[in-house]
Design a protein around this ligand. Structure first.
Ligand code: HGY
Ligand code: MN
Ligand code: MN
Ligand code: MN
Length: 419
């Protein structure tokens, strides 16, 4: 099999889309749900299983797989100039509790398809090429999201990340040790020449506009808050209404306020309360203690700031009126990020060369690329998902679109290698 010289043109090399789709269906077994989705929370047995699969699959393509102190997995294919920093691809294999088969997974397995094509065609690259599976991107089990790419980029310290606890009080570092994936390499220790992340759009635009490729120019700003309202547990039958300190009624008003604030700051602003814990959660006890999480996002950071101020003002007013104590903590603040113009141009040229209809787009969802953009030239590639639906077991994408995304990823990596 002839090997192309590193200086050869990108050529019209493409990935094996059939094998890529097989990989997506095969790995969906790890945490697969009866509805056809995936429940594969970070650092669980299911996560361990897919990590084991990832190691075997990458080693079968001649890569060496290493792990850093946050459990990030790096599959490395040597380059002809080993002293050059690697060109990297990546995303995540952890999912939401009722996640789909494509969120994050398309990026990791699309990168695997790129490695497979390089391996099977004997294509040499100047730079080493690395495929990364980032630990705990979703932030569903351990907050915040993108925790491990955040440590890699120096946004979080390793210690604070390892000490993060889930809602059952399990410590990240202990769970990582528990699945046997805590590596020795210090997270963030190695330089990167460029980072490309393939991902489903998780929104409706590409599908509505019949575009195959999203040329992602950046990610919107996002902030997470944790709110605790404390009143007094009391008897549902014998406590007069005017004597209650009902934490759940005020929480309900505040949850409605989150939606109103987002609508008032539109058209791009979004506000969500997706996690709530009501205690003691008994049908005949007036709840004295409620915890809930708030997610505010907008492409313009100044609007996120305004939403935060409006929310804080309403929260203190409502809590005081109800005689409750209020605690609000901002637990995550990720400013809007612009990707690297040269990497964006590589993605655009690749889509154009391959004849895929494409458009520029800003990501509503957070991605590991958000943090990688702080340490390396970075861009993302989106492909459509049905109805724009994601973080749902019915999430779906078309094989041809996923293959197209991986082909664009391949070309962007090869073009960057020759720059
Ligand atoms: O929250 C997000 O946008 C991502 O799915 N972690
Ligand atoms: Mn994702
Ligand atoms: Mn997600
Ligand atoms: Mn992501």
């Amino acid at each position: 099999m002839s090997t192309q010289s590193a200086s050869g043109a990108v050529g019209n090399v493409t990935v094996n889309g059939v094998k890529l789709w097989e990989d997506i269906l095969e790995t969906a077994r790890f945490g697969g749900t009866p509805k056809g989705g995936i429940r594969r929370l970070a650092l669980t047995e299911e996560d361990r299983q897919v990590r084991d699969w990832f190691v075997r699959a990458c080693e079968a393509l001649g890569c060496t797989v290493s792990h850093d102190s946050m459990g990030n997995q790096f599959a490395r294919r040597p380059g002809t100039e080993e002293t050059l920093p690697p060109i990297t691809m990546g995303s995540h294999l952890d999912t939401q509790p009722t996640g789909g088969k494509f969120d994050g997974i398309v990026g990791v397995l699309g990168g695997l398809a790129v490695l497979r094509t390089l391996h099977e065609t004997g294509r040499e690259t100047r730079h080493p090429i690395e495929l990364i599976n980032w630990t705990n991107e979703e932030g569903s089990r351990f907050a915040p999201a993108m925790l491990s790419s955040g440590v890699f980029a120096g946004v979080f310290t390793e210690q604070e990340a390892l000490d993060t606890k889930d809602r059952e009080g399990v410590r990240f570092g202990d769970a990582l040790e528990g699945i046997g994936y805590r590596g020795v390499e210090v997270c963030g220790a190695h330089p990167v020449a460029a980072y490309f992340e393939l991902h489903i759009e998780q929104g409706p635009i590409l599908e509505v506009e019949h575009k195959t490729i999203g040329i992602v120019t950046g990610v919107q700003g996002m902030r997470w808050y944790e709110v605790t309202l404390t009143g007094r547990d009391s008897h549902a039958g014998s406590t007069p209404m005017r004597m209650r300190a009902d934490a759940l009624v005020t929480a309900a008003r505040l949850i409605d306020a989150v939606q109103t604030i987002a609508l008032e700051h539109g058209p791009d602003a979004v506000g969500t309360v997706g996690l709530i814990e009501n205690r003691p959660n008994s049908r005949n006890v007036v709840p004295g203690d409620v915890f809930f999480a708030v997610d505010f996002r907008d492409p313009d950071d100044s609007i996120v700031q305004k939403m935060e101020e409006a929310f804080y003002a309403q929260a203190s007013e409502l809590a005081e009126a109800a005689g409750l104590t209020l605690e609000i903590a901002r637990v995550w603040d990720t400013p809007a990020v612009q990707f690297d113009p040269e990497c964006i141009a590589s993605v655009a040229r690749a889509a154009d060369a391959l004849g895929y209809p494409a458009r520029r787009i800003v990501s509503g969802a957070g991605h590991d690329a958000t943090y990688m953009a702080q340490v390396a030239p970075t861009a993302m590639i989106f492909v459509p998902c049905a109805g724009g639906l994601s973080h749902n077991e019915e999430e779906s994408a078309e094989p041809d679109d996923v293959t197209a995304g991986a082909n664009v990823l391949l070309r962007a990596v090869l073009e960057t290698d020759m720059r």
